[in-house]
Design a protein around this ligand. Structure first.
Ligand code: KIV
Length: 283
């Protein structure tokens, strides 16, 4: 088994210092984690995008700590070589420092090697408390989906100089608080460039252009498992949804025509036993 990736190893992966770009892919269950594990990706994110791509909600707000623990444990059972980063869901790190640390610990006990949470300066006390419990934290700035109502929708952030500076300052504060890396989501590529160049820890972009130290995509987006909405920044590397529907339709056709199952796909008993049962003929 390959050696498991660690948060301290990820923390030193700056492209400007000669590192290969980091690659992170989401996974939410055992088979998706096995697939990512068979690739050379560095990290698996058990994202709260679980809410939308697996559980069918319209946003990420409905997913609970129990849901995240359940899915993190399923991913961990694949024993991937990637670092497993689990998302702290909305309201699991907003109420009290004690609850925040307890919730982060539940994700670690489920098999994660780090947790991710969204937000900037307001979250610093929570981040420091989690890190002082020896749990690595990945930050998440820019378009933070848990703030969908506050942002007025899933909108690109940092589009004017003042908003971009706020993101850059928040990134510095997250680094100072001890985050080992930061996801930058939905920001202009030049803003991601500015932030990436101002940090010693790596940035991992999604809809943030090529200047980041790594990239993350949602499993269902990159494999074409969903086509409800395909964001501008998504590149689909397969069409598993349409391939799957074609396969299901072939199965239906084969059952209806009698082509499935055939003799090789059936179990048999010895002729003598069939005779004893009074069964005659080829089946
Ligand atoms: O939940 C998720 O999948 C994420 C990525 C979009 C970074 O947070």
């Amino acid at each position: 088994m390959a050696k498991r990736q660690t948060a301290p190893a990820v923390a030193s992966r700056k492209v400007a210092q000669g590192s290969d770009p980091l690659v992170m892919v989401t996974a939410y269950d055992y088979p998706s984690a096995c697939m990512v594990n068979a690739s050379d990706a560095d990290m698996i994110l058990v994202g709260d995008s679980l809410a939308m791509v697996v559980l069918g909600y319209d946003d990420t707000l409905s997913v609970t700590v129990d849901d995240m623990v359940h899915h993190t444990a399923a991913v961990a059972r694949a024993k991937p070589s990637q670092l497993i980063v689990a998302d702290l869901p909305w309201m699991s790190y907003h109420v009290s420092v004690e609850d925040t640390v307890r919730n982060a610990a539940r994700l670690i006990r489920a098999g994660a090697g780090a947790v991710k949470l969204e937000g900037g300066l307001d979250r610093i006390p929570m981040i420091e408390a989690i890190i002082s419990a020896q749990i690595p934290v990945m930050g998440h700035l820019g378009l933070t989906p848990q703030s969908v109502h506050a942002m007025g929708g899933f909108k690109v952030q940092g589009k004017n100089a003042e908003a971009a500076m706020q993101i850059a300052e928040a990134a510095k504060a997250l680094q100072a608080a001890g985050c080992f890396s930061i996801v930058l989501e939905g920001v202009p590529r030049r803003v991601a460039d500015l932030v990436t160049n101002s940090l010693d820890i790596p940035t991992v972009g999604i809809g943030a252009g090529p200047a980041c130290d790594g990239q993350v995509l949602v499993f269902h987006d990159l494999l074409g498992l969903q086509d409800d909405f395909i964001a501008k920044f998504v590149r689909q590397y397969a069409n598993l949804k349409s391939d799957g529907i074609t396969a299901l339709q072939e199965f239906v056709g084969d059952v209806r025509s009698g082509a499935f199952p055939n003799d090789a796909e059936s179990y048999h008993i010895a002729d003598a036993e069939a005779d004893a049962l009074g069964l005659y003929g080829s089946s």
